[in-house]
Design a protein around this ligand. Structure first.
Ligand SMILES: Nc1ncnc2c1ncn2[C@@H]1O[C@H](COP(=O)(O)OP(=O)(O)O)[C@@H](O)[C@H]1O
Ligand SMILES: [Mg+2]
Length: 264
């Protein structure tokens, strides 16, 4: 049984609630025919209303983010499905066992310098109290660079440090994709280090394949049509086209605070 089948068809049992989440985030198990996995379940009924996203739409956006991540072929988002559960319809996402802090890669830092060290990219200046500022930097890491491309495609309005999960086998996952796919530009992320730089060959190839999958009647287009509005699907196509036309990582537009705060 595939992981997505297990997440979809397995018996869902709530084991606990994750504290300090802004929406209801439940830690669960799914079980089927002796197979078992841990997952998070975010019921639509537990979504906190937001002014700029239609009510009850966040779970579907999380699934759409997973579908786009799969189409890019980089495995950046843990398997995520839409299903019914004890609190009604919601998203169900494979639980990722994160590396302990001493084994996790350093991805973000605040430094007292004007330029980042080699191996790091500048995000921007941050207030650190008493009128002092420090440079916020992220690692020049190919996995983060792929995530920056995914975020540009899905128009992620909330890519924070806490939404990056380093796991065994050099894996890095991004989670919490409820505020994505808005038809208006809302890209708000820490991963601005490559802003304006050329996309990698790898990214251009993946984006070209994504453009095909998103074409009218294509498999991904049909799937996304069940999860986001027609306008949002068109806007997604436009973002992919703009990335391929410019060949560059997007730069902040200035219309929206570009960095989530606090960053973690
Ligand atoms: N798939 C996952 N694997 C491991 N931990 C997760 C996963 N999804 C969420 N979490 C944990 O639960 C916390 C809250 O989830 P998040 O998606 O940020 O919820 P919210 O929608 O409330 O912001 C995360 O910060 C993370 O620690
Ligand atoms: Mg969160």
């Amino acid at each position: 049984m595939t992981v997505t089948d297990l997440l979809t068809q397995g018996e869902l049992t709530v084991r606990g609630r994750i504290r300090d989440a802004s929406n209801a985030v439940l830690f669960c198990t799914v079980e089927h025919d002796g197979e078992r996995a841990e997952c998070v379940y975010k019921p639509v009924a537990g979504e906190r209303p937001l002014w700029d996203f239609p009510d009850g739409s966040l779970a579907r956006r999380e699934v759409a983010a997973y579908e786009v991540s799969e189409a890019l072929g980089w495995g950046l988002v843990p398997p995520t499905v839409l299903r019914d559960g004890p609190h009604g319809e919601g998203m169900c996402q494979l639980w990722i066992e994160t590396l302990p802090p001493d084994a996790a890669p350093e991805l973000l830092a605040l430094v007292d310098a004007e330029e980042p060290e080699p191996g790091w990219k500048a995000i921007g200046l941050a207030e650190v109290g008493e009128g002092r500022t420090a440079l916020l930097v992220h690692a020049d890491d190919p996995r983060l660079r792929r995530l920056a491309v995914l975020d540009a495609v899905i128009n992620n309005a909330d890519r924070k440090g806490g939404h990056l999960l380093p796991a065994a086998g050099e894996r890095l996952y991004g989670i919490d994709h409820g505020v994505t796919f808005n038809a208006e530009n809302k890209l708000r992320t820490l991963l601005w280090g490559w802003a304006g730089e050329s996309l990698t060959e790898e990214a251009l190839t993946a984006l070209a394949a994504l453009r095909g999958a998103l074409a009218e009647g294509g498999p991904l287009a049909l799937r996304l049509a069940e999860l986001i509005t027609p306008q949002e699907l068109d806007a997604t196509r436009s973002r992919v086209a703009a990335l391929l036309d410019s060949g560059r990582h997007p730069a902040p537009s200035g219309e929206w605070p570009a960095i989530p705060w606090p960053p973690v």
